[in-house]
Design a protein. Structure first.
Length: 582
């Protein structure tokens, strides 16, 4: 049953807070989904409050991280998106269903990656993507001997991908050796461990395998690392594939052939489901999002491309200009699809502008026009830390589309190839400069994070920790933060706010900063984090002890340091507590 939001009023759109339950914000997979959620919330003028409490454990009483999920309620969020696929590794579908039923009472929510009866969900069509992948490896590369690295046994999405893999092999008349299936946990080390297991299977050499298929990209990267350590080349000796199309897939030494599920799109759909309910009362619906096979070098293909069994391009008998006119809308659509929504900052209509720039350079009306446009697209992408590979992809798509129109015109085709080659060289140079700048920035920022964590860890009383938090967090770009400490001597539900800052301005603490530990912040701060921004709540834990939580502005560029900072603050809290009781 869907519970309407407490903010529904006569169909008027209201400012709401959308909650998100996830494992941890440093995970690229979850950050991809979160990027779509943040985009949808920004468009709707909504707040976002993320709770990063780790995977739902078999025994919630033993999980210190898990306590932040108990802070979720109608008093701080209006609707919730549960990243169930990332949270359920230990407990499975029945466990996550039971947990949500107990925790999220009378709060509307939807799930990502998992379908639960009576609850709206947004899931990817993993089955079709995995079957297409198997078909490609068998039909295009002649693979017959497979190994598979699957995800956690209890994870429904992992099980679905494994079943689809088996069905794909059965459709090709190939039997899967059970000894060549390894259970992973969706992290790279488990992919590397799987390679070790496969090498120990009796009668099997790794070089006898045609392909190792991993249920996600992170494990596939682990497979690549382990094979490289053993001196086995990919794809020379063996093909390796992943699933999800995370950034690591594109940046791997052998760029990964994978199945793309548009994480940002899925995140937007899930967020819009609940925002529409909370703001205007539209009933949420369950949605299935298509996946797409993306072929790269790790399977043995020479270039990034989208697979099609048969070309549908007509054998055009008209001249180049007329053929372009006939195919113009199709070319523009193909460019838009290749851009995957990543080139929006170039402005609407970049696709026809790109085609027109190419035609202007081909006709000598504007020499260098196409290269200039590509450079502008790339510079805009790198300025916002987007993947420049998308620019290469759209150039490749345009090349394929226009080559159809000049099959018999060798002179024009040679000129087009020179233009495309020059544009790829320009992209490579921009990428090199961008990587150099990013390396310098990350090196400096990494040192700042290390220095900040050292300062926090070495604080041995609350006053010193208070001073150091204000000193060091702004140096790593964290300017809005609230640090809450739990008070074990006054019962499990007591808490105290010890530090607060908003956009670099320290906030004076109330005379009595102790409050109900079931709340995020003291009552006087209720509206502090409801100002159209996004925040993340991260637990501060020492081993199995829950010491408190921090709330910080959610900046995706800084997300991978939040857990490290929370751990450093937890270390300072634990040391301060020991010093106080000594």
């Amino acid at each position: 049953m869907v519970v309407p939001s407490r903010r529904l009023t006569s169909g008027l759109r209201q400012v709401v807070t959308l909650g998100v339950m996830l494992d941890w914000v440093s995970d690229p997979y979850q950050m991809g989904i979160l990027a779509g959620i943040l985009d949808a919330a920004a468009n709707a003028g909504a707040n976002v409050l993320c709770f990063a409490g780790g995977r739902v454990p078999m025994n919630s009483a033993t999980s210190a991280r898990h306590r932040v999920f108990q802070l979720i309620g109608r008093h701080n969020v209006d609707a919730l998106v549960v990243l169930a696929a990332a949270l359920m590794h230990e407990v499975g579908l029945s466990g996550i269903r039971s947990y949500c039923a107990d925790l999220i009472q009378n709060l509307p929510y939807c799930t990502f990656g998992v379908e639960m009866e009576g609850v709206p969900s947004v899931v990817a069509n993993s089955k079709c993507g995995m079957r297409d992948l198997v078909s490609h490896l068998v039909d295009d590369h002649g693979c017959r001997r497979f190994a598979f690295v699957r995800g956690p046994i209890a994870n429904v999405e992992a099980e679905e991908r494994f079943m689809a893999f088996q069905q794909g092999l059965e459709a090709e008349g190939i039997a899967l050796d059970p000894e060549l299936v390894a259970v992973g946990d969706f992290l790279a080390p488990s992919g590397a461990e799987a390679v070790g297991r496969f090498s120990r299977v009796a009668g099997t050499s790794l070089k006898d395998l045609d392909a190792i298929v991993a249920a996600n990209d992170e494990m596939a990267v682990g497979v690549l690392q382990a094979l490289d350590a053993k001196g086995i080349s990919v794809p020379g000796s063996i093909a390796v594939t992943g699933f999800d199309d995370e950034e690591e897939a594109r940046l791997a030494p052998a760029p990964l052939t994978t199945v793309r599920q548009s994480l940002e799109k899925i995140g937007r759909l899930a967020a819009n489901n609940m925002l529409n309910l909370a703001q205007v009362g539209t009933a949420p619906e369950s949605l299935v999002v298509d996946t797409e096979l993306v072929v790269r070098r790790s399977c043995g293909c020479s270039a990034n491309r989208h697979v099609a069994k048969h070309s549908t391009a007509p054998d055009l008998k008209v001249g180049f200009e007329a053929a372009i006119v006939l195919r113009r809308e199709h070319i523009i659509h193909s460019l838009s699809r290749a851009g995957r929504g990543a080139l929006g900052r170039a402005g609407s209509g970049w696709e026809p502008r790109m085609l027109d720039a190419f035609l202007a350079e081909m006709s000598d009306a504007k020499p260098g026009a196409f290269r200039c446009m590509i450079e502008n697209l790339a510079e805009t992408s790198t300025a916002h830390r987007s993947d420049i590979q998308v620019c290469h992809d759209v150039v490749q798509v345009l090349r394929r589309q226009v080559s159809i129109t000049m099959r018999s015109d060798l002179a024009r085709r040679d000129k087009a190839e020179e233009i495309f080659y020059a544009s790829h060289l320009a992209l490579a140079e921009i990428d090199r400069r961008g990587l150099s700048r990013e390396t310098l920035r990350l090196g400096r920022w990494g040192r700042d994070v290390a220095d900040a964590c050292n300062g926090l860890t070495n604080a041995f009383d609350f006053d010193e920790l208070h001073v150091r938090i204000h000193e060091v967090l702004p140096t790593i770009g964290i300017t809005t933060y609230y640090v809450v400490v739990y008070c074990p001597t006054r019962g499990r539900t007591a808490a105290r706010l010890i530090v607060a800052s908003d956009k670099g301005r320290p906030i004076p603490l109330p005379a009595d900063s102790e409050f109900d530990g079931a709340q995020l912040l003291p009552a006087s701060y209720k509206e502090t984090i409801r100002d159209g921004r996004a925040y993340v709540v991260i637990p501060c834990t020492w081993k199995d002890i829950s010491l408190g939580h921090i709330i910080v502005d959610l900046n995706p560029a800084h997300a991978f340091c939040y857990d490290v900072v929370a751990d450093a603050i937890a270390s300072g809290l634990y040391g301060s507590r020991l010093a106080a009781t000594a």
